[in-house]
Design a protein around this ligand. Structure first.
Ligand code: NPG
Length: 373
């Protein structure tokens, strides 16, 4: 397959409600989407980088820049398959989210051309995946209980609470007291230090599924040390940027669970390697979320149907985030989302709506004779 050009576009989508994590409050998503134009058809990719470099060092302006100037030019006008993309991009250090977006677009084009779905390509073993929901930091315990109750009424099968110092043990206690033994986990997004070990151990009596990324991403050894004080399984997110870093963290005893986000690790193919290595070592994995539109959600739901994804993911329904999605919405059915079965990502883009919320476009490649914006 030959990649002839890539169309990049930026869209803005308001969130249904503000989303607060230990690193800030988000009220809208500024999304970079890619359309790969090949001699065998088109494919779509979504970049999960946020507007600001607060979750990781990547951010959407930089992702657009590195794609246009350093990544896409390495892929144009040559015979390639999606499996070649990461090696071709290897000379460029880092920028996993940008790399993931272009690999995804090429993979979608390739699978659409073959008439094969992402689910089939990944070896999906279920038609629908169990869904959890990530609950942002709330202004009060009363609002938290109301929000969690609403999601449980909708059928979500697991609740994840965002925590930070000052908002941790009490919200967990309140949710346990009100909602009993609902599957519950917490996510700190790197907000603690090893000195907080005794404090984090106060979460142990609540029977959480896991504590996600309590310490800064580079402190992998400290997570292993934390695990000596805290009994709740530690799950890594930000620290896991590749299959290699996953293997190292497991070997060190830094985590007993891994959150897989294809965008964070450079793409679906690396994410699949992490799934495989965790399965071989007996670690459960689950699918993370980065507030994806229907494009990214489609790929994530398909991957979450692989056998090692034994915990519910942050693969929430479209209406958890958006009033109107850019694809047909993902709708919760008995706490699950159906895995798309059509070719490639298996979703169709609402072209008119997409156009109406696009505020920037650029083409790299033949149609754009290099770079056009
Ligand atoms: O369901 O898509 C979702 C969001 C799940 O909490 C979620 N994501 O730290 O995992 C995270 C968090 C996040 C969201 C991180 C946006 C970065 C950006």
């Amino acid at each position: 397959m030959k990649l002839e050009s890539v169309e990049l576009r930026r869209i803005k989508l308001s969130l249904v409600a503000p989303f607060e994590t230990s690193f800030g409050v988000q009220t809208e998503r500024d999304v970079l989407l890619l359309k790969a134009i090949t001699d065998g058809g088109e494919g779509w990719g979504e970049c999960v980088a946020g507007e600001e470099p607060t979750y990781s060092s990547e951010y959407v302006d930089a992702a657009g820049h590195v794609l246009i100037h350093h990544l896409i030019p390495r892929l144009l006008d040559r015979e390639l398959v999606a499996a070649d993309v990461s090696a071709l991009l290897h000379p460029v250090h880092g920028h996993q989210m940008a790399k993931a977006a272009v690999e995804m677009a090429v993979l979608d084009a390739e699978l659409r051309a073959q008439g094969q779905s992402f689910g089939r390509f990944f070896g999906a073993v279920r038609r629908a995946v169990d869904c959890g929901v990530s609950v942002g930091i709330q202004p009060s315990i009363a609002e938290l209980l109301q929000t969690v109750g609403g999601y449980l009424d909708q059928g979500y099968r697991r609740i994840k609470l965002k925590i930070k110092p000052g908002w941790d043990v009490e919200p967990v206690r309140a949710v346990r007291e009100r909602f009993g033994d609902v599957p519950l986990q917490v996510d700190a997004n790197t907000a603690y230090s090893l000195a907080d070990a005794e404090h984090l151990a106060k979460l142990d009596p609540f029977g959480l599924l896991l504590i996600e990324q309590p310490l800064p991403e580079e402190q992998v050894l400290a997570h292993a040390q934390l695990a000596r004080t805290v009994r709740t399984p530690i799950c890594l997110d930000e620290s896991i940027t590749s299959a290699q870093s996953a293997a190292d963290a497991i070997e060190l005893g830094a985590c007993r669970v891994i959150n897989i986000k294809p965008g964070r690790v450079g793409g679906y193919l690396e994410a699949r390697r992490i799934h495989d290595l965790c399965a071989a070592r007996g670690l459960p994995v689950w699918m993370g979320g980065m507030l994806e539109t229907g494009i990214g959600r489609a790929g994530n739901v398909a991957m979450a149907a692989m056998p090692g994804f034994t915990l519910p993911g942050d693969t929430s329904a479209s209406d958890r985030y958006y009033h109107r999605d850019i694809t047909e919405p993902f709708v919760l059915e008995d706490g699950r989302l159906r895995v798309p079965t059509g070719p490639g990502l298996g979703v169709s883009i609402d072209a008119e709506y997409l156009e109406s919320i696009t505020y920037w476009k650029s083409v790299v490649g033949r149609a754009g004779s290099g770079v056009r914006s």
